[in-house]
Write a protein that binds this ligand. Structure first.
Ligand code: GLV
Ligand code: MG
Length: 358
């Protein structure tokens, strides 16, 4: 903990909202909340996919141009060039463009960040940083971005999003979330996290048939079958990430679900994350877009109930009964969260707007 405490002592809270470089844009006081139910990953070196960007962008809340894992080493430069081409083309319309750059220790990081800010800094809203270990990683990129933003005359700061995918990163997740006003959110990265922890699984997210709780043996019948239920090996990490993010006003996301052939498993994993407080997930394949849309859009009947609670409680204090259920200041706040999210989604998604009746 020693190094962390020193780290915190060096930063005066008064300086937190001052630009880190002369001429850099003012840091954000609040992160702009936009729907981000699905972060669609796209390999930008793929010409065929670049040709379809307008179509893809129209289907999703966020289009992420991926430069890191899954992009072969000999295509890293083509991917970066493809990203710049997509950003400059304007083909993604008003869909937010994000990128995942290569990790801080890789041979590509320095040119990734330098060229992206220079060539696409006004269009890329969020840079996702993989394999973040602690707040020092965010501090480093925070300063570097401020210098690059100043150099290229950017008018608004680029936000940062950390992937939670190392054991050390999980140990430091609260400090990572609070490390900079640029922090927009954190995604859970089960594949690298499993490797970093030396977990014995080769899957990307989801449950595991061997991770179970077994019912007690039946008395007098030791051979009788015993019920088992798979548990969620990721529950602790996701719950901790949600607390770390929401405690400082940034957004938590479930990351990738790798088994494209299991839409039911994907939906369950996304929904568990949604119920714990995550606002979205990555989509690795077009088939996961409708799953994320279904899961991360609050259900219309719940939104209708939330509107009734808000109406019944007036200015938001006291207690009333609705259909036999107690409503008070706390359920009023829950209802406000739900209705605000639904309004943001309705503004982007005509189908959900109709379902919510806004
Ligand atoms: C995502 O990057 C993961 O490693 O799961
Ligand atoms: Mg990863």
């Amino acid at each position: 903990m020693g190094h962390l405490m020193e780290f915190e002592m060096h930063r005066n809270p008064r300086d937190f909202l001052k630009p880190l470089a002369l001429g850099a844009p003012e840091p954000l006081r609040e992160i702009p909340v936009k729907p981000s139910r699905m972060i669609q990953f796209m390999p930008p070196q793929n010409e065929r996919m670049r040709a379809r960007v307008a179509e893809t962008a129209a289907q999703v809340d966020v289009l992420l141009l991926n430069l890191e894992d899954a992009i072969p080493a000999n295509e890293k430069l083509a991917a970066r060039e493809g990203l710049i081409e997509v950003a400059k083309s304007g083909n993604a319309g008003d869909t937010p463009l994000w990128t995942r750059i290569n990790s801080l220790d890789s041979p590509w990081f320095l040119d990734d960040i330098t060229e992206i800010v220079a060539e696409a800094g006004n269009r890329i809203e969020v840079i996702m940083l993989p394999k973040v270990q602690g707040p020092w990683d965010i501090t480093f990129v925070d300063q570097l971005l401020a210098l690059l933003e100043a150099k290229h005359g950017l008018q608004r700061p680029i936000m940062l999003h950390a992937i939670l995918e190392t054991a050390l990163g999980v140990s430091n997740v609260e400090e990572i979330a609070a490390a900079s006003p640029r922090m927009q959110g954190i995604s859970f990265g089960p594949a690298d996290l499993a490797a970093s922890r030396r977990m014995k699984t080769t899957r990307v997210g989801g449950g595991h048939p061997a991770y179970v709780v077994r019912g007690d043996p039946v008395a007098d019948d030791p051979d009788a079958p015993r019920l088992t239920a798979q548990q969620d090996p990721w529950h602790y990490t996701i719950a901790r990430m949600v607390d770390a993010c929401t405690a400082v006003g940034i957004l938590p996301y479930y990351g990738p679900f790798g088994d494209i052939s299991d839409p039911v498993g994907c939906e369950d994993q996304f929904r568990a994350a949604f119920l714990l407080g995550c606002v979205g997930a990555w989509s690795l394949h077009p088939s996961q877009v409708p799953i994320a849309k279904k899961v991360f859009s609050p259900p219309p009947d719940e939104v209708a109930m939330a509107r009734r609670i808000i109406e019944a409680l007036g200015e938001g204090s006291g207690v009333v009964m609705l259909d036999g259920k107690m409503q008070d200041d706390a359920t009023y706040k829950q209802a406000k969260v739900m209705v605000e999210v639904a309004q943001l989604i309705a503004a982007r998604d005509p189908e959900m707007k109709a379902a919510y009746g806004f």
